[in-house]
Design a protein around this ligand. Sequence first.
Ligand code: ZN
Length: 109
Amino acid sequence: MNRDRSGVRNRPEVGLRLRVIAYTWALSEAAFAEIDAFAWVQRWQIERAWHSHTYRDRRFAALIACFSCAATGATGSGGPCRTCEGIGRLNLLEPPGSPDQGSPDSARR
Ligand SMILES: [Zn+2]
């Protein structure tokens, strides 16, 4: 396969428009390669356009408000909520009662 330095196929039957698009994507991929690799290692969601990449940690979608205390973290008697341990949110990736539930670092892992 005949390729140029950017890795784009060098075929004469490919039109100029497609080649410009291919070069733009190749340039974009090269520009975002390092941060994309970091995001991939972190298991972030990556949305790609030719001019921008958007990164999102999937764990943020796993956080919901605690249904027992209406996200207040406290019970009616003033004590901490037993379901969320006073945090006011639940992490769907961790079952209730797990050792990390509600700790400040649990949302980052
Ligand atoms: Zn709660």
